[in-house]
Design a protein around this ligand. Structure first.
Ligand SMILES: [Zn+2]
Length: 343
């Protein structure tokens, strides 16, 4: 059953529609077909493209306005059962990577937070390809490779074999690149995404440009300092700015589970993205995905107030009981050409 919704405003396809927009949204418990009015702004669902579901409470994350997450580091069996139960348990929709594929003894096998099964040691290109196939069979749509300069690393042929096998199965490859030479290794292996904006050293402009032509980066700027200026944050913001100037594409992601981050929409991450050069509309493009998000007080696109406004987001579901349409009030303004029913 779809109840037509008349939100006071709508942000869709990169545009803000003041006055009444119109959206068809499935609300299973409401049987009437009469349109329902909703104060505030409706927009597509907000997605955090880097979380660790074993280290955070995803119910809290969803209550904090996040409709979808990408899990980039959990034991695959655990996260796949969580993904299956997401709707029933009121969790965000979960897209997930398989185990970190790493060299024997490599990152993160030496880290206390890495759950057993959340990494797999790879010793040859053939073993890498086999790991991709078994990860795909578990329902993962991302393959995560680690390239950490502080420990044993996969050699280039093994990284490339993993990426080729992933692409052959329609999976995207996300690389944790940390330390000198690792971004180049990720690029040369054919990575589609970096799990973090590079933060350990300023990136060579030629490499930033090459990355911008082919890769997306997941932002994770707020893990550096959690709101205070640190050298790592300065380097990451500068690298992201360079990547964006060359036309690169960024996804909002926070690395939830890594330190004292905000479980929900993180206004500090949003402000850091703005510091790297994104406009509020660019930030929304980097954050939005499936489903619907609701800003009860209305979305504020003023650059100073935008992050705080977006942090009040709620996932729209059957717990929202909008009023029936009682006709326009004197203060209403209607769009000249409403965008119809984008869902
Ligand atoms: Zn992470």
């Amino acid at each position: 059953m779809t109840t037509p919704l008349l939100p006071a405003s709508l942000w869709w396809d990169g545009r803000f529609w003041p006055g009444y927009g119109f959206v068809g949204h499935p609300i299973p418990d409401i049987s009437e077909m009469s349109p329902r009015r909703l104060p505030g702004t409706l927009l597509p669902g907000l997605v955090d493209a880097h979380v660790h579901s074993g280290l955070v409470d995803l119910g809290t994350v969803r209550a904090g306005g996040i409709a979808g997450v990408w899990d980039l580091g959990s034991a695959p069996a655990t996260v796949s059962s969580l993904a299956t139960a997401a709707e029933e348990r009121k969790l965000p929709k979960i897209r997930y990577a398989g185990p970190f594929l790493t060299a024997p003894g490599g990152y993160p096998s030496d880290r206390p937070w890495a759950a057993p099964g959340s990494w797999r040691e790879i010793t040859s290109p053939a073993e890498g390809a086999e790991a991709v196939a078994s990860t795909h069979a578990l329902g993962a749509t991302l393959i995560k490779i680690t390239a950490h300069a502080g420990g044993p690393r996969l050699d280039p042929p093994t990284m490339a074999a993993i990426a080729d096998a992933a692409h052959g199965l329609g999976l995207e490859v996300v690389v944790h690149a940390e330390g000198p030479g690792t971004v180049r290794a990720a690029y040369e292996a054919g990575a589609d995404l970096l799990a973090h904006t590079p933060w350990t050293e300023p990136l060579d402009p030629g490499l930033a440009r090459a990355c911008a032509e082919r890769m997306r980066w997941i932002s994770t700027l707020d893990i550096h300092g959690w709101g205070t200026e640190t050298p790592e944050r300065v380097t990451a913001v500068a690298n992201l700015r360079l990547f964006l100037e060359y036309g690169g594409s960024v996804r909002y992601g926070t690395d939830l589970g890594n330190g004292p981050l905000i479980p929900g929409v993180n206004p500090r991450e949003i402000r850091a993205l703005q510091a790297a050069g994104l406009s509020p509309t660019d930030v929304l493009a980097a954050m939005t995905g499936p489903d619907l998000t609701w800003i009860p007080g209305g979305l504020d696109l003023d650059p100073e107030r935008f992050a705080g406004s977006l942090a009040t987001a709620r996932v729209l579901d059957d717990s929202v009981r909008p009023r029936p349409d009682v006709g326009p009030t004197p203060s209403d303004r209607r769009c000249g050409s409403p965008p119809g029913s984008p869902t």
